[in-house]
Design a protein around this ligand. Sequence first.
Ligand SMILES: *Cc1c(COP(=O)(O)O)cnc(C)c1O
Length: 369
Amino acid sequence: MVRGEGSFLFDGAGNRYLDFVQGWAVNALGHCPPELVAALGRQSRELISPSPAYHNARAHELAVQLTRLTGFDYAYFCNSGAEANEGAIKLCRKWGRLHRGGADEIVTTHGSFHGRTLAAMSASGKPGFSTLFPPEVPGFRKVPFGDAGAMRAAISERTVALLVEPIQGEAGVIVPNPNYLVELRRLADEHSLLLVADEVQTGMGRTGTLLACEYSRVRPDIVTLGKGLGGGVPIAGMLFTQRANCFSLGDQGGTYHGNPLMAAAALAVLETLTEPGFFEAVRERARILEALLSAVARKHHATLRGRGLLQALVLASPEAVGLRDACFERGLLVNACQEDTLRLMPSLRVTREEIGMCVSTIDEALHAL
Ligand SMILES: *Cc1c(COP(=O)(O)O)cnc(C)c1O
């Protein structure tokens, strides 16, 4: 691939692809959006890396904006979603030492994906991860996703936190009952635990609200962000409450953490997302996508699941890879996240026409299969 513009990618041979992968749900505003290009240009002329030893204006501004919009008290920025989850795990463990008599176990869920550092892999319930690079980092216990009773049963003296994705992304866009997060919040409160939401994929407007947790009206103690936060450049972060905060200076750090170039990009994304009517427009695009895709799904005995512009088509047979390739041949980029599941994560600015093109290509590809 050599060039991107909005919903389209172009390869070196001049082929054009309609992109419903968007850097893996990263390019919230599509490829090379003018706001992002301008912000990066402006910031690169002002300041790129002052070193993490000093606060910088852009990271500060981003922290102020994000905490103001979400109601959290603190923000910390890093480079990747996995690193954001590492930070959350560290905060939980320290909190357990200070407030829960040394409890350090975090309950997570089967099928979950939290990233590819060793601790994030150990927290993940992705099949195959646990045997890939043994030994695993200890301190994680896994229960079925969407089952608050199983979570309750897994809580012990050793438990310090519950960690879940509001919607499991890599597992195939698994949407739990809307009460699930409410029940986890209640469990965390009853047992004095921290509730951590991994919103690396679901956050930043992907599901039609700034955070997916808003849908359940639940405020976790810690939220991790990544992917859409930078609109295509590597910045991730964690937001947390006063209650959860126990970091001291030096507990967490990184050479590029909070660097102003990436923070400027995230500010440009956030400014666009918070323009009046932006999320309403995302939800309207999602309704169009759902309406068109569910008609195609019915024709091919498939089903649809997802929220906002994170959608999956679940096929009647394990043919997602074949379907992805048939779409690719027809100039459409989609992701086969499971054997039977095709995932769509377009630009939040995808047009009605592009949605129509995507769905009719999937229809054609399904016929061809
Ligand atoms: C992608 C993803 C991560 C990992 O983010 P990286 O930036 O690849 O480290 C973590 N959690 C979820 C839910 C993700 O989708």
